[in-house]
Design a protein around this ligand. Structure first.
Ligand code: ADE
Length: 214
């Protein structure tokens, strides 16, 4: 799968995409990540990517044409999904991550400033995604979230695919009892007995009850 990121802050992605599992997956050829500076598709001397909003108001709006040209140059086809990030989009969840992992290319458009000309959502993007009900400075962090969540669903990304969702229930490790001092008293923090019972059916039931995502 290829992730193509369109952004005006390409450096934001540096460390993040070159560490850990994402670095490994790129080395193994499981994923490819292209980072594209939107200003490359401007034609004026100032490499302008934004302009004043029609109807007045504060702030600037990202223009359609550079985004249109950037997407076109990345050669989208039937196996491509073009995604725009916006707090007004559909909320990301595990099901969406899984669905997106089936495409061969995701083109991820990072909005900045006060917004993006609505024609990008209407005519260029296939879907608009939000990562939560809060406003970020732009879509870059949301892009990183989507790349992580989607990559984990691609076969081979995680050595043991069944652990791709392992964080979906409460987990404990050794020691069985941890002692901490709180308000002058010693507290003994124990692991739920069922997890030590060796009864796999009971353990499964307990895990389902404690926070399964799926
Ligand atoms: N851009 C600004 N806020 C956002 C959010 N919550 N999700 C996705 N993109 C955004």
């Amino acid at each position: 799968m290829k992730f193509d990121i369109i952004t005006i802050f390409p450096n934001i992605f540096d460390g993040f995409l070159t560490e850990s599992l994402l670095a490994r997956a790129q080395k193994l050829g499981i994923i490819k990540i292209g980072i594209h500076n939107l200003r490359k598709w401007t034609t004026d001397r100032h490499q302008k990517v934004d302009d004043k909003p029609f109807g007045g108001g504060v702030g600037m709006v990202m223009k359609v044409e550079p985004i249109f040209k950037a997407v076109r140059s990345l050669r989208p086809d039937k196996k491509t999904r073009v995604i725009l990030f916006s707090p007004r989009g559909k909320k990301l969840d595990q099901k969406t991550a899984k669905r997106l992992s089936k495409y061969q290319q995701l083109i991820l458009i990072c909005g900045r400033y006060e917004g993006v000309d609505e024609r990008v959502a209407e005519y260029i993007a296939n879907e608009v995604i939000s990562i939560g009900d809060y406003v970020l400075n732009g879509g870059e962090v949301a892009t990183i979230v989507v790349i992580e969540a989607v990559s984990r669903m691609i076969p081979g990304f995680i050595a043991k695919q069944e652990s791709a969702l392992k964080f979906d229930h409460a987990q404990y490790t050794r020691p069985e009892i941890v002692e901490i001092k709180k308000g002058g008293k010693i507290k003994r923090l124990k692991v739920p007995a069922v997890l030590l019972s060796g009864d796999h059916a009971k353990i499964e039931k307990w895990r389902k009850k404690h926070g399964a995502l799926t």
